[in-house]
Design a protein around this ligand. Structure first.
Ligand code: ISL
Length: 558
């Protein structure tokens, strides 16, 4: 209403439909299941839902392999169910963000079927290379392990797939591909959606000629497909032909692995390509070795530096997204908190953090309950292609003798951790399904579930509700400038947000140990009052903070 884009003031909730709520007992979540829970979302207080893909798909990568962009997969329902979901959300002033997966399609998409037959005009819709069926055209790695190329016997040529072999990359250099994508986006915009989350959108431009990558890089070839040469041209053309033609304010968030603050500014800044925000990954890999599978020791000082860089780097020109979990990451309380003794406290601390930074907070389903990583007894309990490939490769390469040798890595890192069914109640299968769940329910569901979280006044869920309200009620938490304090402190993450006369001071003890910190002289504290805390603390500010393990406090000027 005052010209401010709604998405700056919004809290977004991510739904992974396969694991949210099942109404037809096939063990797989569905759209009617989401409709059933719209009041739950309303009670939590979120402003928008990002729905992971529900389009028609062979499900090689749980819907990130799309065979028809304009149809809903049978297992989730149909377009009518989807329309009902949109209406029910809109009735409650909750907006709907759809996932847009256009770096690649499924190999079962009509375009690819025709392309592999060499049929015009689809012959050049993908990256095809002829050559020796034993030797891939270049040395690029797939994100899911192995070469990024597969040989197709029908066309007698290689095709590029940065992900699974069932996810061939679209050739964005072909203008017809781009037109088809924009038409499809407009088709969804015409149906009244409020935005797109754009899957690996900074991978759509590849270096001309597809040259070999540095063989010593992490993911070989990345310098030729991340933030590639024509990416700005494609982004501005896409936004110009879709989002900009719509009369209402549309939110876009680009998923952009390997993006720097400088790249991001070009995507989201004032004179940039026109995206609203991006998902960056720097903070998610803190402590990791060469690959995501060798997760090392978390280092808070490094983590703080990364956030300071992003918070200040996009403050004047751009906008941040803020998240600690999604369907590709372990559960945040397990990765960044303590999912044992301090699960309650640390889950609340992490929520305090994401809701008091500059940028739009994203809550991943179950995060508001403090859902944890799972246990996977054997490879048969895994469902994710990435995790299964990792285990099989480790055994093939002789890095592991059997599953047990890599079990720790799987249980710390695998995407399936985030994908276990939503825990609604202490009933069988956590109330998620009356059938056999597609991925096993986490063992702790009797203790951690919506029903019990709702009942208890001190629960993580109730705390999230208060956090969301607090953010809605205080512009300083949305728009305030960020300033980091104690940059070198190994366990305290403290920062102020300042907007005109208004200030917020956020103090987080990111550790299992109590600690005491002096309040820096340059922080005026006289007028600060406690606004929310995850433990019982006195309301005033003294000369020192005595912090309990995982203490989290937000002070606001009166
Ligand atoms: O998962 C990652 C880090 O752990 C990243 O490498 C990156 O986010 C991911 O591989 C890309 O994710 C997106 O595209 C994939 C799909 O499997 C993911 O679920 C999706 O979020 C291919 O579409």
């Amino acid at each position: 209403t005052d010209g401010t884009p709604w998405w700056k003031e919004a809290v977004v909730y991510q739904i992974y439909p396969k694991s949210f709520n099942d109404t037809d007992a096939d063990g797989i979540g569905d759209i009617p299941g989401i409709v059933e829970k719209v009041d739950y979302l309303d009670e939590l207080g979120v402003d928008a839902v990002w729905l992971s893909p529900v389009y028609q798909s062979p499900q090689a990568d749980n819907g990130y392999d799309i065979s028809d962009y304009r149809a809903i997969d049978d297992q989730y329902g149909d377009l009518e169910d989807w329309g009902q979901l949109l209406a029910e959300l809109h009735d409650r002033d909750i907006r709907l963000i759809m996932d847009l997966v256009v770096n690649h399609t499924s190999d079962e998409h009509e375009w690819f079927k025709r392309s592999r037959r060499g049929e015009e005009p689809y012959d050049d819709y993908y990256y095809w290379r002829e050559g020796d069926p034993e030797t891939p055209p270049n040395n690029w790695d797939s994100f899911f392990g192995g070469s990024a190329w597969s040989y197709d016997d029908e066309r007698e040529a290689w095709y590029l797939h940065l992900f699974d072999e069932k996810q061939p990359d679209l050739n964005w250099r072909n203008p017809a591909v781009r037109e088809d994508v924009y038409d499809m986006m407009n088709w969804w915009l015409d149906r009244g959606i409020d935005g797109f989350r754009m899957d690996v959108i900074n991978l759509i431009s590849k270096t001309e000629g597809l040259p070999d990558g540095d063989p010593h890089g992490g993911l070989v070839g990345a310098e030729h497909f991340m933030n590639g040469p024509r990416v700005h041209e494609y982004f501005s053309e896409m936004i110009g032909q879709t989002i900009d033609t719509v009369d209402r304010e549309i939110m876009t968030v680009g998923e952009t692995p390997g993006v720097s603050v400088e790249d991001a500014r070009e995507y989201v800044g004032e004179d940039g390509d026109g995206l609203s925000m991006v998902f960056q990954f720097e903070h998610m890999g803190v402590g990791d070795g060469d690959s995501k599978w060798d997760a090392g020791e978390f280092d808070l000082v490094e983590f703080k530096q990364i956030f300071e860089r992003w918070q200040t780097g996009l403050a004047a020109d751009g906008w941040n997204s803020v998240y600690l979990s999604n369907h590709d990451q372990p559960r945040s309380v397990s990765q960044f908190g303590n999912d044992g003794e301090y699960r309650q406290e640390s889950a609340k601390l992490l929520g305090t953090f994401t809701h008091t930074l500059h940028g739009t907070p994203f809550v991943y389903q179950g995060e508001e309950l403090g859902m944890t990583n799972a246990s996977f007894e054997s490879i048969d309990e895994l469902r994710d292609v990435e995790a299964i490939n990792f285990v099989e490769e480790a055994i093939q390469d002789g890095d592991a003798e059997d599953y047990d040798d890599v079990r720790d890595a799987i249980e710390a890192v695998a995407r399936d951790n985030a994908r276990t069914p939503m825990q609604w109640s202490a009933d069988a299968n956590a109330g998620f399904t009356d059938g056999e769940p597609w991925l096993k329910v986490t063992d702790n569901y009797a203790d951690i579930n919506v029903a019990s979280e709702r009942e208890s006044r001190d629960s993580i869920f109730q705390y999230y509700r208060r956090l969301i309200d607090l953010r809605h009620d205080n512009d300083v938490l949305i728009y305030g400038d960020f300033e980091l304090h104690y940059p070198d402190h190994e366990s305290v993450f403290a920062y102020t947000r300042t907007l005109g006369e208004d200030r917020a001071l956020i103090v987080l003890n990111w550790s299992d140990e109590p600690t005491t910190v002096d309040i820096p002289d340059d922080i005026p504290t006289d007028d600060l009052e406690l606004a929310i805390a995850n433990q019982d603390v006195s309301t005033g500010v003294n000369a020192q903070f005595e912090l309990q393990p995982w203490d989290a406090r937000v002070y606001l000027t009166e």
